[in-house]
Design a binder for this molecule. Structure first.
Ligand code: PEP
Length: 262
């Protein structure tokens, strides 16, 4: 909390990229790792548009057991190859404490997804890995519960934690989840940790990604996590929310204008 540490903290990835502080960092890429070609094409396009981190899931925590579950270790190897090829640091989700070591060797940042925010064994294991952690808010979690989840990581001695607001469950089915934009200033008042927003998983709708991303910049978030897919109609996971590379480039141009104005 800010009582413990009044100054805002920053998280530094192995390549020196800092999340938090004065910058605004955008992580973008496919929801799921599907193939080496797709990953490279997406990495090249998001980097050209200004993204500084590549996202992509090798292990996908899907609601239905019959949906694509990710490529697993083969997907993690593709992420490792791609970060070496492109130079972009990689953030990827870990769903099982037993996979932390494998992913820590192949990625720059470990993501704990909304469904695992209170998987305390997983939180402790990612903490002990020493890797930077991206901790998503549970979709039914209060801000206090989210901050206590972060505390599980911090209490291992790993201070490299970034929070990610990704929408909470509400009564309105117009969007997949309801993005809690107010979480950013609320968390920033309570906690020194950087906070980013995921407009893709919160809305589940491509047409809402840009307005929500711009809101994130305006409300003082430290960055974004955005789904981008070159062929979203054929995506194996969450294609409806993925921006095309062209849409992502347009978003980044608008973001720069908002960031210059706030
Ligand atoms: C993701 O970012 O790939 C993801 C599954 O997000 P969430 O945990 O927020 O649903």
């Amino acid at each position: 909390s800010r009582d413990f540490q009044p100054e805002s903290s920053t998280v530094t990835l192995d390549n020196g990229l800092t999340i938090g502080g004065t910058g605004f960092v955008v992580a973008a890429g496919p929801c799921a790792v599907e193939s080496a070609e797709l990953l490279s094409a997406t990495a090249d396009s998001v980097r050209a548009a200004g993204a500084e981190v590549l996202r992509g899931g090798a292990y996908k925590p899907r609601t239905s057991p019959y949906s694509f579950q990710g490529l697993g270790p083969a997907g993690a190897d593709l992420l490792d190859q791609e970060r070496k090829r492109s130079g972009l640091p990689v953030v990827t989700e870990v769903v099982d404490p037993g996979d932390v070591e494998l992913l820590a060797d192949r990625a720059d940042m470990l993501q704990v997804g909304t469904r695992n925010m209170q998987n305390f064994a997983l939180l402790s294991e990612v903490g002990r890995s020493g890797k930077p952690v991206l901790l998503k808010r549970g979709f039914a979690a209060t801000i206090e519960e989210w901050l206590f989840a972060a505390e599980y990581v911090l209490s291992t001695g790993n201070t490299q934690v970034v929070l990610c607001e990704r929408g909470i469950r509400s009564y309105d089915p117009s969007t997949r989840f309801t993005l809690d934009v107010s979480a950013v200033p609320v968390v920033k008042a309570l906690s020194h940790l950087p906070v980013i927003i995921d407009p893709s998983h919160s809305s589940g709708r491509r047409d809402l990604v840009k307005p929500l991303a711009l809101a994130a910049a305006a409300v003082g978030a430290d960055g974004l996590l955005v789904d981008v897919h070159p062929e979203s109609a054929a995506a194996l996971c969450d294609g409806d929310q993925a921006l095309s590379p062209e849409e992502f480039t347009d978003l980044m141009a608008s973001l720069r204008r908002v960031l210059a104005a706030v």
